[in-house]
Design a binder for this molecule. Structure first.
Ligand SMILES: Nc1nc2c(ncn2[C@@H]2O[C@H](COP(=O)(O)O[C@H]3[C@@H](O)[C@H](n4cnc5c(=O)[nH]c(N)nc54)O[C@@H]3COP(=O)(O)O)[C@@H](O)[C@H]2O)c(=O)[nH]1
Length: 726
């Protein structure tokens, strides 16, 4: 039941058996702006109270029948009127009645004879304090509900840290049961470091009268918990500390921090983390006038591991590399100088197979080279992955602060550039950054971009170099050689762009274009009625590593409609050593279709005959570097003769490339080399010119020449072919 508030005219119920008293009381209270109801005895009062309740009851004690005490008790027993203010009218100095009035639940009493001017004030006062008590109770209820719903523990302490009271948190357990800490000091209950932190907060809150915040952790039965305590003064002598268990929040904060700042695969700091730390390190270094070295490490051949063994093997390798770097670098295995160990080496994984190491306290550049070499040495021990021993090497680029850049981003860019330079130098190599490298990188990036556009704009051309029979000069083959008709630079040699195409991966698209164009060209010569020999196409290692390269060869041959036996794929020795080449089946399937395979630059690589036997190789091409030394260089002559003899004994075809002079031709004839290719017979030519040669069917072999002729021939060979320049 809602008790009426003071805003409306409050109604007072006057209960008195004396009509004069009732009248006087009524008159007085009406003057004080009360509305009045009258009951002549206790029974009538109880009846009236069954209806809408009054705001106040003025109750005579001494009545026949149901007296004032009984009415008061009745009121208090009713839950909805427990707060109804009651003033009892007692006899003068009737102490016993006064006591009994309070025991019955009266709020106040007024004794007879009544001091009438006071009665109205008294009634107003009792009414107001009853309203205030009601508001206070509501507030307390509200606060109690809030506190009950709170997950926090609440401790009331005196200013010396003695626990006075405690409210359990919803689902939170105190460090020790409440009965063990109530009445005891913080230092008697908590670990000394935690007690000291909280006590400091308690003292500050008491002294300054403001809110203090403390964080601490405690080992609970289920592990370490983190807490945040807010300490607020509670009067001059006490404080309230509201304690929240923030363990979950801490964990999720830590998780978010780890996701944002750490590489999930290796647990190492990630790029953002690394850059922030490096910037900080550079700031310190510039204040202390110190040097800082940044080593940028990129694994060589990582992509091959990914492509051949799968991504999970690749991930595992990265984790293993990271673990080895972390363990060995931190252990001081690499860095023996105490300054570096203490200075804190920063390790990070930037992404992919790229790692960085920062040496913050560099004393001299010798240390950097020592660390770089030791890093490389760390990787030499093989990693066991998918029951295979995988060996990786790393190329490392180094940039030094402040010489090579005065902010983290620049330093990183330059270390990256130096790393590419290290790769160019033959991998498993380290290089210090050199300003000239940036220009080199820019040229390279531009070339890569140009190459991409060149492919789109159809700027590539295919030239063909005849391969001739040593007997009669008949054309027995053609080697397709790519040229780039650059809109600004004219005809660009493949020696300039093939390595960039290989590094950027563009060689895959370029290689496809070469094979397709060569096949189409054969088709169109055949359509003209020309007899065409087989055409040899160079294959780069990168092409072979692509998924189903050999399948794509079969597709191109089928799509262009030429005989597979008209195609020869020139592979280098190193390609056959690649793990992908283990997919020997593909080679054999193509061979079964009729496709030929030859080994280019034979003698320059591993020269292992095992792959000659395992792969369906049909021809060896003696590298031009040996032919160049013929006939005078005894080593070249010996190697060339041996390769020819070996090819014959293995039943393989053999061709010498780079034949430029009569003397070389004669030597090779004597050595029984059946086929040759070189400027002496023809330079690589555009299709229109090759068409004429094919019509002839052969190239006239030059007659026997003198040494002077040979010298001239060599000089001519060294000059670029004007036709290639067109
Ligand atoms: N993956 C691909 N590589 C290709 C392709 N086209 C060419 N290349 C490779 O580029 C390198 C340079 O080629 P190129 O400038 O065309 O040189 C070839 C011949 O022109 C040259 N040659 C031939 N005869 C002579 C000679 O008598 N003297 C002399 N100095 N040079 C001569 O040799 C190169 C052929 O080499 P090879 O391939 O080893 O038979 C070169 O490595 C090409 O392989 C392509 O489409 N894809």
């Amino acid at each position: 039941m809602q008790l009426p508030e003071a805003a409306t005219r409050p109604r007072v119920l006057i209960v008195d058996d004396d009509p004069v008293m009732r009248m006087l009381e009524e008159e007085t209270l009406v003057q004080f702006d009360f509305e009045v109801s009258i009951a002549a005895d206790g029974e009538e009062a109880i009846e009236l109270l069954a209806g809408p309740p009054p705001a106040l009851v003025l109750l005579d004690v001494d009545m026949p029948g149901v007296d004032g005490f009984a009415v008061c008790r009745h009121i208090r027993q009713r839950w909805d009127m427990s707060e109804l203010p009651v003033i009892m009218v007692t006899g003068m100095d009737d102490i016993e009645s006064i006591n009994q009035a309070y025991e019955s639940g009266a709020n106040d009493f007024i004794s007879k004879p009544i001091n009438w001017p006071i009665l109205g004030h008294r009634a107003r006062y009792v009414l107001r304090s009853a309203q205030e008590a009601r508001q206070l109770r509501k507030l307390e209820e509200k606060q109690a509900a809030i506190v009950r719903a709170m997950p926090d523990m609440i401790f009331l302490m005196d200013r010396y840290g003695v626990h006075l009271d405690y409210k359990a948190g919803f689902g939170a357990e105190p460090y020790v049961p409440a009965n063990e800490f109530l009445g005891r000091k913080l230092s008697e209950v908590l670990p000394s470091d935690v007690a000291a932190v909280i006590l400091l907060g308690v003292e500050r809150a008491s002294e300054h009268g403001d809110l203090q915040s403390v964080v601490y952790k405690l080992t609970m039965p289920d592990g370490v918990h983190h807490y945040e305590g807010r300490i607020a003064p509670c009067g001059p002598e006490a404080v309230v500390m509201v304690v929240r268990d923030i363990t979950l929040q801490k964990r999720s904060d830590e998780r978010i921090r780890r996701l944002a700042y750490f590489d999930t695969l290796t647990g190492m700091p990630n790029r953002e983390n690394f850059l922030e730390k490096l910037d900080l390190e550079l700031l310190r270094a510039s204040r202390a006038r110190r040097q800082v070295a940044l080593l940028f490490l990129d694994l060589d051949g990582f992509k091959r591991v990914n492509d051949t063994l799968g991504h999970s093997a690749g991930d595992y390798l990265l984790q293993a590399v990271a673990a080895r770097l972390k363990e060995k670098l931190r252990a001081g295995d690499v860095v023996t100088r105490p300054a570096l160990v203490e200075g804190g080496l920063h390790l990070a994984r930037l992404g992919g197979d790229e790692f960085t190491v920062v040496l913050p306290n560099l004393e001299n550049t010798q240390t950097v080279s020592m660390v770089a070499e030791r890093l490389q040495a760390l990787l030499t021990r093989p990693f066991r992955i998918s029951s295979q021993d995988i060996t990786v090497t790393a190329s490392i680029g180094i940039a030094i602060f402040p010489e090579d850049g005065d902010d983290a981003a620049t330093l990183l860019k330059h270390a990256d550039t130096a790393m590419y330079h290290a790769k160019d130098q033959g991998r498993n190599n380290w290089q210090l950054y050199d300003r000239s490298l940036t220009a080199e990188t820019m040229t390279r990036i531009r070339l890569e971009d140009d190459l991409r556009k060149g492919l789109q704009r159809d700027e590539f051309r295919l030239f063909y170099q005849p391969q001739v029979s040593a007997d009669d000069g008949s054309i027995v083959g053609l080697e397709a050689l790519i040229r780039w008709q650059h809109p600004e630079h004219g005809l660009v040699s493949p020696a300039q762009f093939i390595p960039v195409a290989e590094d950027s991966g563009l060689i895959v698209a370029l290689g496809d274009w070469v094979l397709r164009t060569a096949c189409q060209q054969l088709r169109s010569w055949q359509a003209m009625g020309l007899a065409t020999p087989r055409v040899a196409v160079n294959v780069s290692a990168r092409q072979l590593r692509t998924h189903d390269f050999l399948g794509s060869v079969a597709t191109i041959i089928a799509e262009t409609g030429i005989e597979p036996s008209q195609v020869e794929l020139e592979l280098t020795e190193s390609i056959l050593m690649e793990p992908e080449a283990r997919r020997i089946d593909g080679f054999h399937r193509l061979r079964a279709l009729g496709v030929h395979f030859s080994i280019d630059d034979f003698g320059t690589g591993y020269s292992s005959l095992s792959y000659v036997k395992r792969f369906p190789i049909g021809m060896l091409k003696i590298d031009q570097s040996f032919v160049r030394g013929l006939p005078d260089n005894a080593d070249d002559a010996g190697i060339t003769t041996a390769i020819i003899a070996m090819a014959h004994s293995l039943g393989l075809e053999v061709i010498a490339e780079g034949v430029e002079t009569h003397a070389q031709l004669e030597f090779l004839r004597q050595a029984n080399c059946p086929k040759m290719q070189g400027y002496l017979f023809s330079r690589p030519r555009p299709p229109g010119e090759v068409e004429q040669l094919l019509r002839q069917g052969s190239i006239e072999l030059p007659p026997q020449a003198t040494r002077a002729d040979d010298k001239l021939q060599r000089q001519l060979a060294d000059q670029p072919d004007k036709r290639e320049q067109q």
